[in-house]
Unconditional design. Sequence first.
Length: 331
Amino acid sequence: MNNQNMKTIFSGIQPSGDLTIGNYFGAIKNWLKLKDEYNCFFCIVDLHAITVKQEPKKLREKILEVLAIYLACGIDPNKSNLFIQSHVSTHAELSWILNCYTYMGELSRMTQYKEKSLKVGESIPVGLFTYPILMASDILLYNTDLVPVGSDQKQHLELARDIAERFNSLYSETFKIPEPYIVQNSSRIMSLQNPLKKMSKSDENENSYLKIMDDENSIKRKISRSITDSMGVISYNDDQPGIKNLINILISITGETPKEVEERFEGKGYGELKKELTSLLIDELSPIQKQVNEFMKNKDYLEEVYTKGKETAYIVSNKILRKVKRKIGFI
Ligand code: TYM
């Protein structure tokens, strides 16, 4: 599953909570568009997840659930490499090495670090600070061409490119410089309660995010309570961020343009938009949920998938790691 003639994509999701439709529309749906044209490495980034506190039992369950979600969304483990980050030791190893080629100033400029460190209070784990270096290592270990992510990861990806370029200019061409793959309308799904804030699985307010695994009633409730405005016109613009967000979610399913949605809903009320969106979301998510539940009952199969994924991932990534070590002067 590593065809030399094809380009490579790498992406990952943290098993740090329940995945949201932000993860689905911003990342997984785009993986599906690319999966047949590329060598694919889709990782469950558990080493990233422990940069904030995790409960062991829950973490164990979530790691498997993320794998089950990848499979249920249609990623074929015979064509794509699905693996768990902590199973492939090259990631942590390269991460240490790249720590020595990354500057404190660069890391302190990371928006996500600034936001997350505010939330954890005074004792900020060092891992939260160096997190983008681990992400750079993930990507650079596979000669990755393209990284499909939501727009919140753009800054991290730019750092990965900077680190790679720096290493290449110090030691000659070693890493491939990866490109982001970010799809505009779905790249930043916003909170249903505060459409100026990104939808996030770590939000305290459960009504602000829709989980991939939310049941019909929760979907109905959360969409009907989502914050809109008092303008009463279904129009795609920045003065109506709530409506804009709902349209973005809708077109991530239907493939329409914002203009087509505006035209279709001309003269109609917010209730109608919410009703259609609710039913589209239920149709989109319920087959996935059924499959996830099936996969979760078959832990042996999940183990088979992640074991196979780990083997290929190790072989491919160790080639790059050995090259890195040689160039640095390790024996
Ligand atoms: P994470 O786990 O926060 O999110 C996983 C993916 O989902 C996207 N995403 C969103 N997209 C649109 N709207 C949203 N509200 C939304 N919320 C999340 C993210 O952009 C991401 O693509 N550091 C990464 C994980 C990672 C990674 C990597 C990604 C580790 N190593 C290597 C790519 C390549 C993260 O925390 O994603």
